[in-house]
Design a protein around this ligand. Sequence first.
Ligand SMILES: Nc1nc2c(ncn2[C@@H]2O[C@H](COP(=O)(O)OP(=O)(O)OP(=O)(O)O)[C@@H](O)[C@H]2O)c(=O)[nH]1
Ligand SMILES: [Mg+2]
Length: 302
Amino acid sequence: MKDTNNRSSKSGFVAIVGLPNVGKSTLVNKLTETDLCIVSSRPQTTRNMISVILTLPNAQIIFQDTPGFHEAKTALNQAFVDSVLKTIKLTDIILLVIEPNPRHDDQFEEIERLVTKSQKPTILVINKIDTLDQKSADALIISRSSGSLFNSVVGTSALTGDNCDLLLNKVIELLPAGPFLYGEEDLSNMPERFFAEELIREQILKLLGQEIPHKTAVTVEAFKEVGNRILIQANIHVERDSQKKILIGRGGSMIKNIGMLAREKIQEFLNSPVRLELFVKVSPNWTKNTNKLKEFGYLDSR
Ligand SMILES: Nc1nc2c(ncn2[C@@H]2O[C@H](COP(=O)(O)OP(=O)(O)OP(=O)(O)O)[C@@H](O)[C@H]2O)c(=O)[nH]1
Ligand SMILES: [Mg+2]
């Protein structure tokens, strides 16, 4: 296959899956040298499959970040799990990301089984290798490689970038021959408004305590040019009045802070001045309501 400049080319979709908080999104950002996937120290940060495109001279890779695989207790959690299952089914190559001392519970066994039984090329990525000394890291990779069901086993640090080039080369080796599927400048096939929602959610994850971010969804309701700025109006949905009060903060201080920090990030992303208006809405029990999940973009509306 030839790319647009008539060179031999490879292209394909590469899913990044694993338990929550193992560093999947950090790894996608590092491999693509972007900042498109939001990252936080808490589990269940990623909620949708997110495509990030890396175009190299002879290869185009569409990385697919996915939500952490976990037990689905609410309709929202089920939507996360379903998006992982769908991505595994439709992708070309699968990277299963684990930590040096992975949990060996039912969820881990299930995701490992899904990946190794997929009949697709797979790589086991042992991430956060920077938390081990060199000797232990080498020993771990050797022991995981022996008798492994994966095409390759690689130890990486998405934080420091260690071995990320090696991982990228292994991905390129496994990539099928094919023409580029997207323009060479495209960073994602997802709309700008999706990333604006994510950048607002990122600040909520950073600024608010344990439970609130898990009960929060962001929807952009308006996204338009007004004069030399882009006006973005977004709703922040929570489940209860008490959560709304916390999000607004004393005298509106919390929502003001979220808005200020998110606006800076969105301006950087869009490379344009932005006016951001945020509204907090109570949508009782939205995490359990499939109609709301469709409205908020977590379930297909078809
Ligand atoms: N030490 C170390 N920390 C890392 C590494 N990669 C990611 N982290 C940290 O691990 C935490 C989780 O990272 P994420 O990239 O959000 O993890 P995730 O797997 O996408 O999490 P979910 O979206 O919740 O499933 C963050 O605090 C990261 O900074 C790594 O290679 N080394
Ligand atoms: Mg993530």
